[in-house]
Design a binder for this molecule. Sequence first.
Ligand SMILES: C[S@@+](CC[C@H](N)C(=O)[O-])C[C@H]1O[C@@H](n2cnc3c(N)ncnc32)[C@H](O)[C@@H]1O
Length: 395
Amino acid sequence: MSRKIGKEKGWGSRTGRTTKRKIECAVTSELESADLSDEILKTILTVPSELHEAIKEILAKRERVRTEHGPAKVAFKTKLGTLFNGDCLRVLEKLEDESIDCIFADPPFNLSKEYENGKSDRLSDSDYWAWTREWLDLCCAKLKTGGAFYVYNLPKWATLIASHLAKKITFRHWIAVDITFSMPIPSRLYPSHYALLYFIKGGRPNRFTPPRLPMETCPRCGKELHDYGGYKMKMNPQGISLRDVWVDIPPVRHSKYKNRDANELSLKLLDRVLDISTQEGDLVFDPFGGSGTTFVAAELKRRKWIGAELGDCSSIVERFKSLERDHSSLERYRLGLNQLFTDKALMARHKHGLPLDNYRVSDEQIRRVIRVVSSDAPKNQKNRQTTEQSTFPDL
Ligand SMILES: C[S@@+](CC[C@H](N)C(=O)[O-])C[C@H]1O[C@@H](n2cnc3c(N)ncnc32)[C@H](O)[C@@H]1O
């Protein structure tokens, strides 16, 4: 394009000189932000003509990845959402700029996994990175100012993704999602977290409503697992502040809960992300549908959604035909949010005579728990009489 403008106007003319200056400025700023090493920059200076061929080849390869797949087709729709079967790049190109409230992306990690989608998950590192930058940039453009962008990946890729995104949008958190049950890697530390990057566009999030979590307690007796010393009375009765290390996200392993063979995230993770960064009616986009966890969470939480999946969409379609199981999982995950103790923990404490009057627990919750335990009374008459008097404050 620069050559055409140069030829038409002539670089010597006034307009030509201005255009040339503008192009030089744009190229300089791109080069500066491209993190090129001194060696590469010096090479560009010394062997421009040799580089032309190499650059043309890189550009052609990127173009092939970009246009490999044809237009995406609608796979199905609900009142709230639309799933497209096809390449997320095609879907992203069609979305309006600044139209999405929250993007959640869990791409293939380039680990040579079988996805049955006709796309290789075994790209060279540089091809994977070029492709990743492509969809990251489009996502940034489609996100509303104040919207949230979450990217889930291996720490190895997350470092690059974070530094790339930080040039365009605002870093908020690197959330470590515990995956204790992964496979050990010889001569490396045991990998036990995935990175969930959380960015926003602009300086202030439109929404930030993280849920508070119940205290971790012994499942048998309800005793605190951590020592809160003399601060018990100062603890927020709404629960513990959400940390940037999430150790309570279950893997989806059991075949009873799995919607397909591999790479399915827990609904609990998406429930939390949508709690933090969206409210009812907001628009959520996930470029890498997989088994449809993001879409299910959005649908059940009454958010609008748009998604893409390159491979077979039938497991998502099937999942949406009966959402009861997902609905009850979601309800289970949400039990105990925004309160210091779950009812179950309180009942266990009550039965084991552990005190509560050193915490600010709501009267309503204590009444509810006493009611449930009392209805259990004939089975446990003796124990109840002693613990009820000794552990619960007067109401
Ligand atoms: C890691 S899985 C996502 C799993 C999903 N988060 C879930 O909980 O089920 C990545 C998915 O992205 C799909 N995929 C890969 N390349 C794609 C592309 N260019 N456009 C759309 N989907 C793609 C793969 O087929 C795979 O199903």
